[in-house]
Design a protein around this ligand. Structure first.
Ligand code: NAP
Length: 306
């Protein structure tokens, strides 16, 4: 029997992309979420030990792409990861964590994986706690693990992200497209299929184990450049605008989702650039999707999703 790759959070944006990538690579895949998704989906609540153990049973590699709601991270995320570690250990599997870049806090210059965990805000601290939990479990020999860190993503299926509703949904609905943050700061933006391909690569290679990797992405762009690509691809020249610090704060007074983003404003009003050279050197050559192509594919998905 071929290796079993289990994707937790398989109906989410990254999870669904990982399921598609692993399936394309010919792996046997189990797609796990609480609602099960399509009829082939596996239903389990991986925030419980029983659910995580059932979900991971028989797995060779487990991709941790499940997350509690954003506002509930500090209370619920470490417990979910703890249960997942128990499930991965019981299966004797390897864990690949779909991670983000919150652990570092504000960084001068491109972020590298050896930067210390200096995040001093609640969601950054909780991500650092989670990553330490996972790396300790690896170092102590409980499990094998690799962490794959991506920046803000966009792509087909990418709805619960800062770019989904504000840029792509707005473009196909003829609304003003808005970049949340300073329009002129360079920002690494990750494309969902590229994230999925890189996570699958981490799952397939033993020499990925025991550390975090920055997942390859196209060169950083400014918000102004990214919105220009969207306008060009959308046709009809939708109006575009930046949503600066003041406006974000004002909207946050009555919009809880925007209010939750306040802690991470440093990511959007200064350069936020990822150095992905370690991954490219270890696993390359790597092809990433040019933003022109990613933007077109994402707009197509948004046009046809209703
Ligand atoms: N947003 C970004 O730009 C970004 C960038 C880089 C990294 N990341 C990180 O990547 C990870 C995945 O993010 P995402 O945006 O793909 O997530 P998402 O779209 O919110 O999907 C979350 C998935 O987890 C499942 N889930 C939630 N609680 C569960 C539970 N207790 N048991 C089983 N399944 C559960 C959900 O399905 P059910 O509700 O049906 O269970 C869903 O399939 C997160 O850690 C996120 O922080 C995000």
């Amino acid at each position: 029997m071929s290796e079993l790759h289990v994707v937790l959070g398989a109906t989410g944006a990254i999870g669904a992309a990982v399921v598609a990538e692993l399936t394309d690579r010919g792996h046997r895949v189990r797609a796990v979420s609480r609602n099960g998704g399509d009829p082939d989906g596996f239903k389990a609540d991986v925030a419980t030990t029983e659910g995580a153990v059932a979900a991971c049973e028989g797995a060779d590699v487990v991709y941790q792409c499940a997350q509690p709601p954003y506002a509930g991270w500090t209370e619920r995320f470490p417990g979910l990861v703890d249960a997942v570690l128990t499930g991965v250990e019981a299966a004797g599997a390897k864990l690949v964590m779909a991670d983000n870049l919150y652990v570092y806090g504000p960084v001068d210059g491109p972020m590298t994986e050896d930067h210390p965990y200096e995040a001093a805000y609640p969601k950054g601290r909780v991500r650092a706690e989670i990553d330490r939990l996972i790396l300790r479990a690896h170092d102590s020999g409980r499990i094998r693990a690799a962490l794959g860190r991506a920046s803000d993503y966009y792509g087909p299926g990418g709805v619960a992200t800062i770019l989904g509703p504000n840029v792509f949904a707005a473009a196909v609905e003829g609304r003003t497209i808005r970049w949340v943050g300073d329009l002129d700061q360079p920002h690494t933006v990750s494309y969902l299929p590229d994230i999925a391909a890189a996570l699958a690569t981490l799952g397939e290679h033993d020499h990925a184990d025991g550390r975090a990797w920055h997942l390859p992405a196209a060169d950083a762009v400014t918000g102004r450049e990214f919105l220009a690509l969207v306008r060009a691809a959308a046709g009809g020249s939708p109006r575009s605008a930046g949503l600066g610090r003041g406006a974000e704060r004002l909207i946050g007074l009555f919009n809880p989702t925007v209010r939750e983003l306040a802690e991470t404003r440093y990511q959007r009003d200064r350069p936020f650039v990822v150095d992905d050279s370690a991954f490219r050197e270890a696993f390359g050559p790597v092809q990433v999707t040019p933003h022109e192509d990613g933007v077109s594919a994402t707009l197509d998905w948004y046009r046809h999703r209703r």
